[in-house]
Design a protein around this ligand. Structure first.
Ligand code: ADP
Ligand code: MG
Length: 701
């Protein structure tokens, strides 16, 4: 076969033509034969197996059952009627239901004769029901042709409207298989195929589209999932190796005056062992000849900031500039003030650049960055703007990674002739295997220890009906000199409603905690940044006792005296968000509390989230539960969707395959880093093709 056969534009396929090609392109992103071939079915109609009624699962899959109708009745409902037939086999009873064409069905159905019914079942209580089944008398069924499993492809309204039905897509697929005689280049080595007992590529592709039976379908899925994850890993690992070998880093071999002075005279506490370990790892990285690209994971409050600062001092000691980027203005502000305080009278020039920095101040910053006078630039996304040019950026730190995309990381790379070292700090605990597959090109450090003396936060769940007691508790805590956060959900889709909730909440709090005994701050997304900062400031300084806010405070804000976190409508928050919010308290020496307020109406998932929060403070455990509940897409936000744009594998469900794939990719690159061996030719070929395609592969360049 012509090696570029799969790159043939889709209009060349018989039966497609320019109109259909357009629709396929705009709706499903299909441009070439290859794209079509990789449009995998979402599910299959399995007419190869027969289920017993007691084998039915509440999964909603389409199933085929043999049995008899023993009764038919008409049931009145709000609008119209429905026809219900009781259908039995030797294992149980289920219902067949029709909402239309009653008369015809009633007249034609035969009682007590064996039928084969086919359709999707749903469960009501303990009874399964199948609406509008396909039906055939068993005697007819046995005479007829057996259709194997039928693929059901992803579809959209527009596709159906343009007549590109499932049938049409299946036809196109058949045509494609016909044109290339079902032969596709093998993309894995014989060694891997043999060792893992994988079926060949051509067989896998055939059976993913037209499975001969369940067993072959399972084999095809396994093989294609493995392959997909294998190439993701291969790409990530080789990128990392390449970076280590090829991209010369800026060597920071000096541990100089600033670092030492800070360590001896300014460090306000003893570093935890975990902090020391991580600083050592980073120092090793930056002292070597390779560029550093490191992810620093540490739960909220584990003390990442000081680690970041000490790394910046290392860079400065070696004659370089550094920057620290935070996702929100409040956080950038807080970092700026915090760092200034930590540095005290040290001779370090530090500035803050955000969206609200005045033009005159901005000009000075630009100038000092370009002539090298500025040592540390703290800021928001504003730092990424093209106008912001450094004389010699040596280290860039990104705080709270989950708000930044991969694209931003890559922008930082280009802020210097030689890419600066990059340290990404995140408080979102990512289960380790997942971290490897998402950030496989990064090295990972973990601060797995909290500073001493912290008391674990006590978390409870209270219903809104107990509000009076909660308010009394707040009064008691304030009397002891503590401060309180009260957080309201903010979900983009219903911003107006959320805003109303917040304002109602604020008014009720203001009534129960009146002036002059109580002072309340309020911070939300509709405020001007300067007003936000003012309110925040008052709370930080202890002038107000209660902070009513939306989730703007979620990230990074540090007020050690705040010891109570009340989360309103907690059922509306995701787990990682709840954990982040809770991390705002428990930062001082006092016992801290987190109170999750909800209504009585809770979904199963919401209950699980609340129970998890009450049970544990361990971010990694919480992340595991979150992952199970929501899947990786949500966990990471949308920005990583590039890498998660998998066609068949699922990073959570296929975790075991992922581990295997990673292992094989590592082995391969260890044995044959350049993929030069004869036995690896098929891999080299497939890999090269993939790199040319620049789909998900160029997410950081
Ligand atoms: P995060 O990892 O969430 O960014 P921070 O860097 O904001 O955490 O640190 C949280 C708090 O803990 C800060 O008040 C910080 O000064 C304090 N802290 C950090 N490291 C230590 C330590 N080794 N001993 C005592 N307190 C520490
Ligand atoms: Mg932080």
């Amino acid at each position: 076969m012509n090696p570029n056969f799969l790159e043939t534009p889709i209009p060349y396929l018989k039966g497609v033509g320019p109109n259909r090609a357009d629709t396929l392109g705009s709706e499903l992103g299909i441009q070439t034969y290859r794209d079509l071939l990789h449009l995998f079915p979402n599910r299959y109609l399995d007419k190869t197996s027969y289920y017993k009624i007691n084998q039915l699962q509440p999964s909603g899959a389409d199933v085929q059952v043999v049995g008899k109708i023993i009764r038919i009745k008409t049931v009145e409902q709000k609008r119209g009627k429905r026809l219900v037939a009781s259908f039995v086999d030797e294992t149980g009873e289920m219902e067949l239901v029709w909402f239309r064409s009653h008369k015809w069905i009633r007249e034609n159905l035969k009682l007590n004769e064996p039928y084969v019914v086919f359709g999707r079942t749903t469960r009501y209580g303990s009874t399964f029901s199948m609406p509008h089944p396909e039906m055939e008398l068993l005697s007819e069924h046995q005479k007829g042709l057996k259709i194997a499993m039928q693929p059901i492809y992803p579809s959209t309204e527009k596709l159906s409207a343009k007549g590109i039905t499932n049938r049409v897509i299946a036809k196109m697929m058949q045509q494609l298989f016909l044109e290339c005689k079902g032969q596709f280049p093998e993309s894995l080595s014989t060694a891997i195929l043999d060792e893992l007992k994988l079926i060949p590529k051509s067989e896998a592709l055939f059976n993913i589209h037209f499975p001969k039976n369940q067993d072959l379908l399972a084999k095809a899925q396994f093989r294609l999932k493995f392959e997909e994850l294998f190439y993701v890993q291969l790409q990530l690992i080789s990128k990392k190796l390449l970076r280590k070998q090829k991209i010369k880093g800026l060597p920071f071999d000096n541990v100089g005056e600033n670092f030492n002075t800070f360590f001896k005279e300014h460090l306000p506490f003893e570093l935890t062992n975990a902090q020391k370990k991580v600083i050592k790892e980073i120092r090793n990285d930056m002292g070597s000849n390779a560029q550093m690209n490191r992810l620093l994971q540490g739960d909220v409050g584990s003390g990442k900031t000081i680690v970041g600062l000490m790394c910046m001092l290392l860079a400065i000691d070696n004659g370089f500039q550094t920057c620290l980027m935070a996702p929100t203005e409040i956080l950038a502000n807080q970092h700026f003030n915090g760092l200034k305080e930590l540095l005290g009278d040290m001779n370090i020039n530090i500035s803050l650049l955000t969206g609200s920095t005045k033009k005159s101040a901005r000009n000075i910053i630009h100038e000092q960055l370009e002539n090298g006078e500025l040592n540390i630039l703290v800021g928001t996304h504003a730092v990424l703007e093209d106008k912001v040019q450094f004389k010699n950026l040596g280290l860039a730190i990104i705080d709270e990674q989950h708000r930044f995309g991969v694209a931003q990381r890559s922008k930082l790379w280009h802020k210097n002739e030689v890419p600066p070292h990059i340290l990404v700090m995140t408080a979102t605990p990512i289960p380790r295997t997942l971290a490897m597959s998402l950030y496989g090109d990064l090295d990972i450090s973990v601060i797995d220890e909290l500073p001493p003396g912290r008391k674990p936060i006590k978390t409870v769940h209270r219903f809104d009906s107990n509000r009076l007691k909660v308010f009394q508790f707040i009064r008691d805590e304030i009397k002891k000199g503590r401060q309180i956060y009260m957080v309201y959900p903010l979900i983009k889709e219903s911003e107006a409603l959320d805003y109303k909730d917040l304002m109602d909440g604020y008014e009720s709090v203001a009534r129960d905690f009146p002036l002059p005994d109580y002072q309340i701050s309020i911070v939300h997304g509709k405020m001007k940044p300067s007003d936000k900062d003012y309110e925040m400031e008052r709370f930080v300084k202890g002038e107000t006792q209660i902070m009513v806010a939306t989730t703007v405070i979620e990230v990074g804000v540090n007020v050690p005296n705040a010891s109570v976190m009340i989360i309103e409508s907690a059922e509306r928050f995701g787990l990682s968000q709840l954990h982040q919010l809770r991390g705002r308290v428990g930062r001082g020496a006092e016992q801290s509390f987190c109170i999750l307020m909800t209504s009585h109406k809770l979904s199963e998932d919401a209950k699980t989230r609340l129970e998890t929060m009450v049970r544990t403070n361990d971010g990694f455990e919480i992340a595991e539960v979150d992952l199970k509940l929501r899947g990786p897409g949500d966990l990471m936000g949308t920005q990583q969707s590039g890498i998660l744009n998998l066609k068949i594998a699922d990073i959570v469900k296929d975790n075991q395959i992922l581990k295997t794939a990673r292992y094989y990719a590592l082995q391969l690159l260890k044995d044959d880093p350049k993929l030069e061996r004869e036995g690896n030719r098929s891999i080299l070929f497939a890999y090269t093709k993939m790199m040319q395609q620049k789909t998900i592969w160029n997410y950081i360049s």
